[in-house]
Design a protein around this ligand. Structure first.
Ligand SMILES: [Zn+2]
Length: 337
């Protein structure tokens, strides 16, 4: 396990522990509760207080490295979280009255660093659930603390979205009006998060049973995905990746188009269709019969074609009143009416 190449300054802290064989699956941003430079933050983690973090980000956007990612740091008041987390301290350019604001530069660098951590540690997506089930976690999920501060905490869904975009997570077009959003990621057995809700919503809309839309992918959701894949001729593995997402999107889009058909639109299309039948075209096989029908005035042309000939609209449909008129003319021709 390597460290980030975004680092500008390194001062390794003595306060490190073993990860106990766990691999890195989570990221935990913290706040410094002060406007510390990456050097000053590094000095704090040299002190007697048993605390550390893997990285620190200054208000200027510089990155400090205080522990190798291979070690567990003592940051989040939770051994189980820190066993699997990379921890990042972010400087505040404002105090408590600003909700512990962080600079735009620091926020942008935090997103860069999260992308880098995900890529180097094979973390496929950053999931923020607001609790410790997700893999973007923060200190007050584990202890009574204001860390990471209201401002940075409010940015967590945004951070997850931005990171996932850069990790190649798909963004669906929003024309289907899904109430849970359009930013989606791979959904498989055990996945938790908004992207699972979106997947469940799409399947439900398309008539596939997934149980409750709860954002947790269990057996029912996997069955729904598998049934949909089978119906669409996709690999039926119960995993919703790019191909299945695209198929869900277009399947629902097609349904919507049918629903959008109104009486007015149908009448308009029907008239367009009938106009195409009223161009006076006809087959040669009916030539003799047509000539007879004109000579006997069974058919009387209406309007005129571009060439000035009467338009008999040979291919158009015959209504019941036209049929009655035709028969009446025929009967008169035979002296029966
Ligand atoms: Zn903290």
């Amino acid at each position: 396990m390597s460290n980030s190449s975004l680092v500008n300054y390194t001062k390794l802290s003595p306060h490190i522990r073993s990860r106990g064989g766990n691999r890195t699956t989570k990221i935990s941003p913290h706040h410094m509760a002060g406007n510390l430079t990456v050097e000053a933050c590094g000095n704090v983690f040299q002190g007697s207080r048993v605390a550390s973090a893997h990285y620190g980000i200054g208000t200027d956007g510089r990155v400090g490295n205080y522990a190798d990612e291979i070690h567990r740091t003592i940051t989040s008041s939770s051994v189980s979280n820190d066993n699997v987390a990379v921890t990042i301290e972010v400087a505040n350019d404002g105090g408590e009255s600003t909700n512990w604001h962080i600079s735009d530069k620091a926020l942008a660098k935090l997103i860069d660093l999260c992308v880098d951590i995900c890529q180097r540690n094979d973390i496929p997506e950053l999931i923020y659930t607001g609790d410790s089930r997700g893999n973007l976690t923060h200190h007050n999920m584990f202890a009574a603390t204001t860390c990471p501060g209201p401002y940075l905490q409010s940015k967590m869904p945004y951070i997850a979205d931005e990171v996932n975009k850069r990790l190649g997570i798909i963004s669906l077009p929003d024309k289907n009006g899904c109430p849970y959003g359009t930013s989606v990621a791979l959904v498989k057995n055990g996945s938790v998060g908004t992207h699972v809700k979106i997947c469940q919503w799409y399947l439900t809309q398309l008539g596939y049973s997934v149980g409750v839309i709860d954002g947790e992918c269990g057996n029912k959701t996997v069955a729904g995905i598998t049934n949909f894949q089978r119906a669409k001729g996709l690999v039926a593995d119960g995993i919703c990746g790019v191909q299945t997402w695209t198929a869900l999107e277009s399947a629902l889009d097609n349904t919507k188009e049918d629903e959008d058909m109104t009486d007015e639109k149908f009448a308009e299309l029907m008239n367009k269709y009938r106009d195409s039948l009223r161009d006076n075209d006809s087959g040669t096989w009916s030539e003799e019969a047509r000539r007879w029908a004109i000579d006997t005035e069974l058919f009387v042309g209406s309007g005129a074609t571009a060439s000035g000939d009467p338009n008999y609209m040979w291919e158009d449909l015959l209504t019941r009143e036209q049929a009655a008129t035709l028969m009446y003319r025929l009967a008169r021709l035979l002296g029966k009416a």
